[in-house]
Design a protein around this ligand. Structure first.
Ligand code: 13P
Length: 251
């Protein structure tokens, strides 16, 4: 049985005051649930949110990290800094990083290696654009992004990932993939994982992301290869996010 995990990606949202209320409510409501929960928050709030999560079972994640170790890289944040402030996870290769910051598959692999070397669990995002889907290239794009990471990792590294399938056209649009569409891609991902990792493939969490909300979460989680969600907009609403975590725990 694959792991159950719901990760919040707050993206570039938050304020000291709002974070306290949101995090406090999430800690109160999800701590007893049977799914793993991680909050991926902007760098300036990692210490604050980490403090609020102290003593809970909820993980703390960043949304990116540098592919470099340390030194003259103004504005960058290293893997060691993330573990220093209590991070357990880090999102890597989000489509917004790939699109707005030119992150290539090579850069994504470099960041995954840095993260793992520091003991962080990378949440690696893959997904096709609308044009790629319309051209019938969904599976090819997703598997290329996945293989680019796998090719550079040993088996221990390949087993120590969380994957997130996030179709670009579904992100922030309110147009989530149907459970069947998402499952079809997740099944391809699982097949690729199996050919690399054998039976261990079942233990790796493969999340779906893209307009997940309190209403559609349960039908997505009912699919055989969807283990959880990477949640953007709905993670900023405590009650919506909690509902998604409850839906994932109950399946
Ligand atoms: P939305 O849930 O806002 O569509 O964002 C998904 C996402 O990009 C999470 O990383």
């Amino acid at each position: 049985m694959a792991r159950k995990l719901v990760a919040a990606n707050w993206k570039m949202n938050g304020s000291a005051e709002g974070n306290a209320a949101l995090t406090g409510r999430v800690v109160e409501a999800v701590s007893a649930l049977a799914c793993e929960v991680v909050l991926c928050v902007p760098y300036p709030y990692l210490l604050q949110v980490g403090g609020l999560l102290a003593g809970s079972r909820i993980g703390l994640g960043a949304q990116d990290l540098s592919e470099h170790d340390a030194g003259a890289y103004t504005g960058e944040v290293s893997a060691a800094m993330l573990t220093d402030v209590g991070c357990t996870h880090v999102v890597i290769g989000h489509s917004e990083r790939r699109k707005y910051h030119g992150e290539t598959d090579d850069v994504v692999l470099g960041k995954v290696r840095r993260a793992q070397a520091a003991g962080l669990v990378p949440i690696v995002c893959v997904g096709e654009s609308r044009e790629e889907r319309e051209a019938g290239e969904t599976e090819a794009v997703v598997l290329r992004q996945l293989e680019a990471v796998f090719a550079g990792l040993d088996d221990v590294g390949a087993r120590s990932l969380v994957l997130a399938y996030e179709p670009v056209w579904a992100i922030g649009t309110g147009l989530a993939a149907t459970p069947e569409m998402a499952q079809a891609v997740h099944a391809s991902i699982r097949t690729a994982l199996r050919s690399r990792l054998g039976d261990d493939a079942g233990a790796l969490a493969v999340l779906y992301g893209g307009s997940v909300n309190a209403d559609n979460a349960a039908s997505l989680f009912a699919m055989a290869d969807i283990d959880g969600a990477l949640v953007g907009g709905a993670s900023l609403d405590a009650e919506a996010f909690i509902s998604i975590c409850v839906a994932n725990s109950g399946r």
